[in-house]
Design a protein around this ligand. Structure first.
Ligand code: ATP
Ligand code: MG
Length: 154
């Protein structure tokens, strides 16, 4: 099935609507129209939703979360950016493992299980893609979810 990623992003943002409102976070999306990949709509939307949820939960009330979509060199790239607490370099590989959370005592109030990012990674690999992370403690994080468009039928 051909998935319109801009539509999946709109859905993923909508699924975080209440959480964003509760935490007073503004989610701003800028999606290039017409970027399509073959895949599973529900899996993709859930993965994007998980990334946006993390961006909202791990940043300060009153800040903004950005969601972008563009096509670069045959790759559909979704970027989720926050100006939140950031992730230490020593933890950046492990956070994709199931149940792994940075400093559980600090993040206990957020009540997560540590599964969100393992699902994101699994979904990216399932679609022939990858997840990249750029983060600095105290500055914020950008996750990019990248899936190749090449050789995909629409
Ligand atoms: P859930 O299963 O509810 O998603 P979770 O958010 O703890 O629980 P993951 O989404 O897998 O689990 O994230 C793993 C850990 O990575 C988080 O507990 C948090 O410490 C860290 N993390 C993830 N995203 C961010 C982010 N945008 N900024 C800072 N830390 C993050
Ligand atoms: Mg999460």
């Amino acid at each position: 099935v051909s998935i319109d990623l801009a539509a999946a992003i709109t859905d993923a943002v909508e699924r975080n609507h209440l959480l964003a409102e509760q935490r007073n976070i503004k989610v701003v999306s800028a999606a290039e129209p017409g970027v399509k990949i073959r895949g599973d709509y529900e899996m993709l939307t859930t993965a994007i939703r998980n990334l946006i949820e993390n961006a909202i939960v791990y940043s300060n009330p009153g800040s903004q979360v950005g969601v972008g979509l563009r096509e670069v060199e045959g790759i559909a790239e979704i970027a989720i950016t926050d100006s939140g607490i950031g992730i230490p370099e020593s933890e950046q590989e492990r956070i994709f493992e199931r149940f792994y959370r940075v400093d559980p005592s600090r993040s206990r109030e957020t009540g997560g299980t540590g599964l969100g990012l393992s699902i994101v990674k699994h979904t990216a690999l399932n679609h022939g893609g990858e997840v990249r992370l750029f983060s600095k403690v105290g500055i914020g994080s950008t996750f990019t979810f990248r899936v190749p468009i090449e050789n995909q039928e629409s």
